[in-house]
Write a protein that binds this ligand. Structure first.
Ligand code: NAP
Ligand code: GCO
Length: 269
């Protein structure tokens, strides 16, 4: 029996999960802390940060530190990275580009400003934060970058043109970081959640005034072979795999965690 299970340990590693005050980022950061990593997270608001720190403590995560940082601001990102390195006494080993937003607006009604904001947070910020941590990873010839992609890295639908453009771009940024930095033992992969119950998707699951399910909620359950929405916990194992030594020869991939959506043509009428 080899030391297979030890390969999943994150002991001695520093992980930075962006936008991890709640939702998917929170679940991933929590799992990394439980796997032994020292964890840094950021968000934009002090009240969100304080609430999250209390939640991490309540959930038994040790060595988690929070920072106020807007990931679209290169200066703030550089300053935050310097604080993380100082606070933890080492450079970042694992980066999860998780912070993201969505705007559901039909394309012909969407302003260029709204489109740019989504691209800025969901795509350009992943470039900015990755660019900041890469030199440290190159120096130690080791690093993991995980980009949180989406069903919209592969599929389109009404109202999400900017989000789909960003998440499609993020898939290709993932492949390019792999191509450019793989020789330094840096792995960059995507994690592609299906439809996950978080604040981001809450409007799609709201009960109707008569108490029935939102039509989009029923639509997603019908489109998913697992016949349910995903939970943030569903993403923890796959995110741990991509952050750990167990995935050292996996590079440039997107691991879709979608209950089977992308494999399925849909119910026959
Ligand atoms: P969420 O519940 O809305 O959480 C988003 C997080 O990002 C929050 O912590 C938010 O904190 C932070 N954030 C947003 N903009 C930021 C910025 N400019 N700088 C720093 N932090 C920022 O979203 P989620 O559903 O957990 O989604 C997380 C990621 O997974 C996103 O990239 C999303 O596109 C992706 N995803 C979600 C689903 C899904 O079904 N939920 C599926 C596939 C992919 P503050 O607002 O306090 O800054
Ligand atoms: C939407 C949803 C999706 C999900 C997710 C799917 O409006 O279609 O918000 O885009 O959030 O990214 O993987």
């Amino acid at each position: 029996m080899g030391d297979y299970l030890n390969k999943f340990s994150l002991k001695g590693k520093v992980a930075w999960v962006t936008g991890a005050s709640y939702g998917i980022g929170y679940a991933i950061a929590l799992c990394y802390a439980k796997a032994g990593a020292k964890v840094a997270f950021n968000c934009r608001h002090q009240d969100g940060l304080d609430k999250a720190l209390a939640e991490y403590a309540k959930d038994g995560a040790k060595d988690v530190r929070g920072y106020i940082c807007d990931v679209t601001d290169e200066k703030q990102v550089k300053e935050t990275l310097a604080c993380i390195e100082k606070d933890f006494g080492q450079s970042v080993d694992i980066l999860v580009n998780n912070a993201g937003i969505i705007k559901r607006i039909p394309m012909t009604e969407m302003s260029a400003e709204d489109f740019r904001q989504v691209i800025d947070i969901d795509l350009t910020a992943a470039f900015i934060v990755s660019k900041a941590v890469l030199p440290g990873m190159v120096e130690k010839r080791s690093g993991k970058i995980i980009n949180i992609c989406s069903m919209m890295s592969e599929l389109g639908r009404e109202t999400v043109s900017a989000y789909a453009a960003a998440k499609g771009g993020l898939k290709m940024l993932t492949r390019n970081i792999c191509s450019e930095y793989g020789k330094y033992n840096i792995q960059c992969n995507g994690l592609g959640p299906g439809y996950i119950a978080t604040p981001q998707t809450a409007p799609l699951r709201e009960r109707q005034p008569d108490g029935s399910r939102h039509p989009f909620d029923s639509f997603i359950v019908a489109k998913t072979p697992a016949e349910r929405w995903g939970t943030t916990e569903d993403l923890q194992g796959p995110a741990l795999f991509l952050a750990s030594e167990a995935s050292d020869f996996v590079n440039g991939q997107v691991l879709y965690v979608d209950g089977g959506i992308l494999a399925y043509i849909g119910k026959q009428p």
